[in-house]
Design a protein around this ligand. Structure first.
Ligand code: TMP
Ligand code: ASP
Length: 265
């Protein structure tokens, strides 16, 4: 037996060669980074939870006709996905002012935006993922005009779907980041959704209390990040009593700890 080949190690995931050509295995780590990896830590169990949340979201997106790289979950921390050529652009969709847009434009966090905004950032850690314009994307050919039309229309469709999906579990979708890839078939490629959708790359606020249920708990040293990620999974119906010995959770205990952690701030 030969050991499987590692293709790439990112901040939150490792990619391995898949069992068939054109497939990749995504392994979800517990590592957490923020501010372009200037802040590093771990969130216990995050990889397991993000694997499940991303599986759930991508499966539902596939059902409504959004093409994604997701094939199937393999185990607690791994999923099988289609191999794509990642478009070097981070696509950020914002419904409510939070994070960098507040600093950049002097907005108050929590202010609803007049309408949904899509921002593009270049995927380049050395440059700190700078915000880029559509003119720059075209000028440097990071993506073609038809590709950008597909990316922006998919981003809006995904936002509409996710806003409803989270609203149904009393969560407000503030903003999130998407990555897309080119799926090649001979000389032609089409754009599909890649990477992951999880509390690592979304801002999710409890609709009633405004509690942050995402990576801002880690970024801003609020504490309670494990409980927050579990709470999102629990509300999506992904943590059940029969999810395995290691996964049986005392949710009342976790909810109590989350409230406690949040009250202290
Ligand atoms: P920002 O307010 O820091 O620009 O982030 C906007 C959204 O994008 C937020 O939900 C977090 C997500 N995001 C990532 O997933 N990765 C990143 O590298 C950055 C900067 C943001
Ligand atoms: N994932 C990015 C990083 O490490 C930024 C973030 O999510 O805040 O650095």
């Amino acid at each position: 037996m030969s050991r499987r080949r590692q293709i790439y190690e990112g901040k939150a995931k490792i990619l391995y060669e898949g069992p068939e050509p054109g497939t990749i295995i995504q392994y979800f780590k517990d590592d957490a980074t923020a501010f372009n990896a200037q802040k590093k830590g771990t969130i216990n169990g995050k990889g397991v939870i993000n694997n499940r949340i991303s599986e759930y979201v991508f499966t539902r997106l596939n059902h409504i006709g959004v093409p994604t790289h997701f094939i199937r979950r393999l185990n607690m921390r791994e999923q099988l996905v289609r191999q794509v050529e990642i478009v070097p652009i981070e696509v950020v969709v914002r419904n409510v002012a939070a994070g960098s847009i507040c600093q950049r434009l002097g907005l108050t966090e929590g202010e609803p935006l007049p309408h949904t905004l899509i921002e593009y950032c270049l995927k380049d850690d050395a440059l700190g993922d700078p915000k880029i314009s559509e003119e720059e994307i075209a000028c440097f050919n990071w993506a073609g005009s038809e590709e950008m039309a597909d990316i922006s229309s998919m981003a809006i469709r995904i936002n509409d779907f996710l806003c409803g999906m989270f609203a149904a579990i009393d969560i407000r979708l503030i903003d999130f980041k998407l990555e897309f890839g080119r799926l090649w078939d001979g000389d032609y490629s089409r754009i599909i959704l890649a990477d992951e959708i999880s509390p690592d790359g979304c801002r999710l606020w409890d609709m009633t209390t405004g509690e942050k249920l995402d990576k801002d708990r880690f970024r801003r040293d609020l504490g309670g990040e494990e409980e927050a990620y579990r709470e999102v999974a629990r509300r999506l119906g992904l943590l059940t009593e029969d999810s395995g010995p290691g996964e049986v959770l005392d949710m009342a205990h976790h909810r109590g700890r989350l409230r406690g952690a949040i009250k202290k701030k």
